[in-house]
Ligand binder design. Structure first.
Ligand SMILES: Cc1cc2nc3c(=O)[nH]c(=O)nc-3n(C[C@H](O)[C@H](O)[C@H](O)COP(=O)(O)OP(=O)(O)OC[C@H]3O[C@@H](n4cnc5c(N)ncnc54)[C@H](O)[C@@H]3O)c2cc1C
Length: 805
């Protein structure tokens, strides 16, 4: 065996093979895949081979579309057949909520160039005469859906990669992976040792074990999964053309034609995690014992939906394991904490997603970043809270919800609560309705006393609507209080801190006592963070951004720290507190501190370190509500004391706690964008208006400067805009198409209801030539065309005069 390679990929399932295909396609010539047995020796060989584009994340859906279109290319390059059956697919809707869900997916697909459509029960019967449509309201039809031969397809990827120069070594288990001082990896295999400059873990069912060899836990878990094939069925034999796939969410099943019979598989509630203590090394081309009892109810339901099944003999039953991450999306990208170690794991739909995963990883490794935002499958979207037991509970929940409607306001219950702040118990007493992000509980809103603390999942305005309105008005009219524990916070200090921040942030680094809003850019000038940078005291900075992006941001910081003299601490969980916001916020803070917080002493965008009551606080005069406000950070163990102090002092000022729902409504009044909605790696500063915070002239050659300057020179084709929407009972969520002149010209990034202005608001992209005050467009919300009007100045305090006062 050779002794050195640029890249070693461990695992010859469909994912490993897709990775080497894409790496070699992008020009990497020295790529080796090592497989312990034959290709397809994990979950790949017993897959049902179905593929589809439906995914709640648009970029994931687009990558699934890419994967499906790739198969013809593989066939052409290799002359091998993937046995493609592009038969189309139907996803049935048995309830108005599901129909809403499918309509919103259909709307999303419009600007992604995917040609799906909503069909009626009569059209369903025409396309799939074996489907009983009793109780069915409609379906989403996707002409791209189909199935293929899993083994043939994996071999096609492999051969195409070999044609492009990649090497595949079979029957050679990797037994150790050891990091080298130069950042490379020593990969010890049964056939010898190979030094890899970069290592990819694509070991599927064994990804956890391969990760453990490098000392990391990859948060995924395998689940058992069953499907069966039938003997020939006369009604299928009688068809001239192959039947389309049918997904029946109500019955938790998927069905397709196989030969002249059918294949039906189930995502049952009574599901079983597999290999809880790890995957055996000697697990090979074997199946798990079948358990029809587990899917008994689902089968009974299927007999009603497809009456032909009742008369059909069962030919084979397959029960096999495959892996999931906590949210069902893959784990791709550089593994935090390791150098030159990449994940291509937890791909639960290898034949829908494998091409996209391979392409993304290859772009990342070759070009330094993927060509689109892939946070939805970034391995760094999870953090340390994602332990094996947490992952297992979440994976089980995800499996059970495979066919559930995903509502925009829904909070999933498994493995909660996990992380809570000390204020959690206080909020519980106040009838709080909680959400969770990145393992941490936060208040969404406070239900009225005597009412159940539960927000009913809906695509339309929910039961929380009125009470969130009250919270919003309490902020705008008096003063509101809300936790700041769910920001990611980092302390930078040490002699190199200023220079380091000047290099990774695109904006000005504030002088001591001041705060700046600061975009962080990738090399290609894309937005990878929107930070609040505060120089708390000379040389000591508090840098805050999204709580859920902690591992993502820490990975970037650490990748660039190198030999700088910087001390970096993630203080997200230890430095927490409250923001107080509203016209009476200044008065409230003044009552509990001896510090001079007058506007002259502490203007908008300033920061100070002083006692608030008996608590040692960092106070920032800034608020995402767009109101006059302060963020007060204290050590976590002083949070309850701070609350008691503020709530006592604020009683006669009308102080009222508010949650994230109110905060997200308040930001609309000021047209404030938010992370992963308006600000993410798909967008640039000039497109989103963040260019006003980029210091193009600063001396520092900050990361992304060259790209940002080119963009500034050449201009952009689209701009982020704000719209007032004539919505009735459903506001925008995200990805709704924006229509003008009978064409889709843009899409929505987020929005909602502004309770203060009593207007429905949408943020979204439009081509620059259409951007003008009063521009009338239509936004497609749940299948309905809703008039909307563009406006250029924020609705609340457009010139920030009140804010600065
Ligand atoms: C019953 C069933 C039905 C399914 N149906 C579908 C479907 O219809 N559509 C769909 O898209 N997906 C389906 N899937 C899921 C699909 O099979 C997976 O998404 C896919 O196989 C994942 O591929 P992988 O390459 O990540 O992992 P694996 O296929 O598990 O590949 C990992 C490879 O790594 C190798 N390896 C492990 N350890 C080492 C080591 N130490 N040294 C060297 N090599 C090593 C293994 O031998 C193996 O070949 C189904 C799965 C099951 C179980």
């Amino acid at each position: 065996m050779r002794s050195h390679a640029q890249v070693v990929v461990i695992g010859g399932g469909v994912i490993g093979c897709s990775v080497i295909y894409h790496l070699s396609k992008l020009g990497m010539r020295d790529v080796v895949l090592i497989e312990r047995s034959e290709l397809t020796s994990g979950s790949t060989w017993h897959a049902a081979g179905g593929f589809h584009t439906l995914n709640a994340d648009t970029n994931m859906a687009a990558l699934q579309g890419y994967t499906i279109r790739l198969y013809r290319e593989l066939e052409e390059i290799t002359g091998l057949s993937c046995s493609l059956h592009h038969v189309g697919g139907l996803t049935l809707a048995e309830s108005p909520e599901r129909l809403d869900f499918l309509k919103s997916a259909r709307a999303m697909h419009r600007h992604m160039g995917l040609d799906t459509e909503i069909v009626t029960p009569a059209e369903i019967r025409q396309l799939s005469p074996i489907t009983n449509t009793d109780g069915i309201l409609g379906a989403l039809y996707d002409p791209l859906d189909g199935h293929l031969d899993p083994s043939g397809t994996t071999h096609a990827y492999a051969k195409a990669a070999q044609i492009q120069g990649a090497e595949i070594i079979l029957r050679n288990p990797v037994v150790e992976t050891n990091p080298l001082p130069d950042g490379g990896w020593e990969v010890v295999t049964e056939q010898g040792t190979i030094i890899a400059e970069q290592l990819v873990n694509a070991a599927g069912l064994w990804a956890r074990e391969i990760g453990a060899m490098a000392g990391v836990y990859l948060p995924l878990h395998p689940m058992e999964h069953q499907y069966f094939t039938t003997d020939d069925i006369p009604e299928v034999l009688a068809q001239d053309t192959e039947l389309p796939h049918v997904m029946d969410p109500e019955g938790e099943s998927y069905l397709r034609q196989e030969g002249k019979g059918l294949v039906i598989g189930f995502y049952e509630q009574n599901c079983v995690p597999w290999a809880v203590d790890g995957t055996r090394w000697d697990f090979g081309h074997e199946l798990l014992s079948e358990n029809l009892d587990r899917i008994g109810d689902a089968m009974e339901f299927a007999f009603k939906r497809y009456p032909v099944l009742e008369r059909a003999g069962i030919k084979t039953i397959i029960n096999g394991p495959f892996t999931f991450a906590a949210d069902g999306n893959p784990l791709v990208g550089p593994v935090p904490g390791l150098r030159n170690y990449w994940s291509a794991c937890a791909v639960m739909a290898g034949f829908s997603q494998g091409g996209g995963v391979g392409l993304t990883l290859a772009e990342w490794m070759v070009d330094g970043e993927p060509s689109r935002d892939v946070f939805a499958m970034d391995v760094a979207r999870f953090g340390d809270y994602c332990t094996p037991s947490y992952t297992r509970l979440k994976v089980r929940e995800n499996y059970q919800r495979r066919f559930s409607v995903s509502y925009p306001n829904e909070e999933l219950p498994a493995a909660r609560p996990l992380d809570t702040s000390p204020a959690y118990a206080i909020w519980q007493q106040q009838n709080a309705v909680f959400g969770a992000a990145y393992g941490m509980e936060h208040v969404n809103y406070f239900a009225a006393q005597g009412e159940e603390a539960y927000e009913i999942p809906s695509f339309r305005r929910s039961n929380a609507f009125d009470i969130v309105g009250e919270e919003v008005r309490a902020v705008r009219e008096n003063v509101g209080i809300n936790e700041v524990h769910n920001f990611g916070k980092y302390e930078f200090s040490g002699p190199g801190a200023h220079q380091f921040l000047d290099t990774i942030m695109a904006g000005k680094i504030p002088p001591p006592g001041r705060i700046n809003l600061n975009p962080m850019l990738s090399r290609n000038g894309r937005i990878i963070g929107d930070f609040t940078v505060a120089q708390v005291k000379p040389g000591v900075f508090q840098v805050a951004a999204s709580f859920a992006a902690q591992a993502y941001h820490m990975r970037w910081f650490e990748q660039h720290l190198a030999d700088t003299e910087v001390i970096l601490k993630n203080v997200s969980k230890e430095r927490i507190g409250f923001q107080i916001a509203g016209p009476k916020a200044q008065e409230l803070l003044g009552r509990v501190t001896g510090a001079d917080i007058s506007t002259a002493a502490m203007p908008f965008l300033s920061v100070g370190e002083f006692d608030v009551g008996q608590c040692q606080a960092i106070v920032q005069r800034v608020s995402y509500t767009g109101d006059r406000g302060y963020e007060i950070y204290v050590p976590w163990y002083q949070q309850v004391a701070l609350y008691q102090l503020l709530s006592e002092a604020g009683k006669d000022l009308g102080l009222r706690p508010f949650g994230m729902r109110a905060m997200m409504s308040l930001r609309l009044d000021k047209s404030f964008g938010s992370w992963m909605r308006e600000f993410k790696p798909d967008y640039t500063p000039l497109e989103t208006g963040l260019d006003r915070f980029v210091d193009y002239k600063k001396a520092s050659d900050f990361i992304g400067k060259a790209a940002a300057l080119v963009e500034k020179e050449s201009g952009v084709a689209r701009k982020l805009c704000t719209f007032e929407v004539d919505a009735k009972d459903a506001d925008v969520v995200a990805w709704e198409p924006i229509w003008h002149g009978g064409e889709v010209v843009g899409y929505v990034t987020s929005g909602g209801y502004s309770h203060y202005t009593r207007k429905s608001i949408a943020f979204g992209f439009l081509p620059v030539e259409l951007v003008e005050e009063g521009r009338e467009v239509e936004i497609e919300i749940l299948g309905e065309m809703i008039p909307a009007k563009l406006y250029l100045s924020p609705l609340f305090d457009p010139k920030n005069e009140y804010l600065r006062g």
